[in-house]
Design a protein around this ligand. Structure first.
Ligand code: FMN
Length: 191
C-alpha cells in the first residue's frame, strides 16, 4: 500500500487523517466524545453564526437503533461496530436575525472536519456518511423546519481490518487526491 505523499509540506494530521471502516465495537467515553464536539465548536463560520448541530446516539442506548435504522444497508454493514452515530445538521438562517445564512453548509463542513481531525488525532475512527435517509432523519430526530440535514458520521475505536468483509478489506487504506492544478485556478475558472 502506498503511503500518502503531500506535494507541499503540510501538517501531518491533515495528510494522515483518513476514514477507516473497521471498528472494534467498544464504546468510547463521554469525555472522548465531547472532546470531538469541542473541536467542532471552534470552527470558523460566517458572522460566527455557528449553524452546526450534532445529534448523536451511543451504542447500548435507546437512541442507537433510531440512528442505526437511518443508514443504508451498506453503511449498516460496517458501522454496526461504531461506538457513536451522529447526524449532522445546520441551521439555514442566522439565529440573531433569521436572515438566510448563505454559507451554513460550508460552515458546518468546517465543524465536521474539525471533529474528524480531532478524532484521528485521538486515535479514533471518524467516518462520514451520506448513505442514509435524509427525510426520515428529520422526522425521527425531530429536526425542525429551517434546518438542513447535511451528513452522518460513525465514530468508534479502531478495529481489525480482517473483521470486515473481503470486498471492504480491499478498500481499507488511505486514498489519494487529485493534483492541485486540477482544482486551483489563477484568475478565472478553467474546465
Ligand atoms: C460527507 C461525506 C459522506 C460520505 N459518505 C460515505 C458513505 O455513505 N459511506 C461510506 O462508506 N463512506 C462515506 N464517506 C467516506 C468517503 O468515501 C471518504 O471520506 C473519501 O473516500 C476520502 O477518503 P478518506 O476520508 O479516507 O481520506 C463519506 C465522506 C464524507 C465526508
Amino acid at each position: 500500500m502506498q503511503k500518502r505523499k503531500a506535494a507541499y509540506p503540510i501538517q501531518d494530521l491533515l495528510l494522515n487523517r483518513w476514514s477507516p471502516r473497521a471498528m472494534s465495537g467498544e464504546s468510547i467515553t463521554d469525555e472522548q466524545l465531547m472532546t470531538l464536539f469541542e473541536a467542532a465548536r471552534w470552527a470558523p463560520s460566517s458572522y460566527n453564526g455557528q449553524p452546526w448541530r450534532f445529534i448523536y446516539a451511543k451504542r447500548d442506548t435507546p437512541h442507537w437503533q433510531k440512528l442505526f435504522d437511518l443508514m443504508v444497508p451498506f453503511n449498516q454493514g460496517w458501522a454496526k461496530t461504531a461506538a457513536v452515530l451522529v447526524v449532522i445538521a445546520s441551521r439555514d438562517s442566522f439565529t440573531l436575525n433569521n436572515k438566510p445564512a448563505r454559507t451554513h453548509s460550508f460552515d458546518t463542513g468546517s465543524a465536521w472536519e474539525n471533529l474528524a481531525l480531532q478524532g484521528f488525532a485521538d486515535g479514533l475512527v471518524v467516518h462520514g456518511m451520506e448513505g442514509f435517509d435524509y427525510e426520515k432523519s428529520k422526522k425521527m430526530l425531530n429536526i425542525p423546519e429551517g434546518y438542513t440535514v447535511e451528513a452522518m458520521c460513525a465514530i468508534g475505536k479502531p478495529g481489525k481490518k480482517e473483521s470486515l468483509p473481503p470486498e471492504l478489506q480491499q478498500r481499507e487504506f488511505p486514498s489519494d487526491r487529485n493534483p492541485i492544478q486540477s482544482f486551483v485556478f489563477e484568475g478565472e475558472f478553467k474546465e
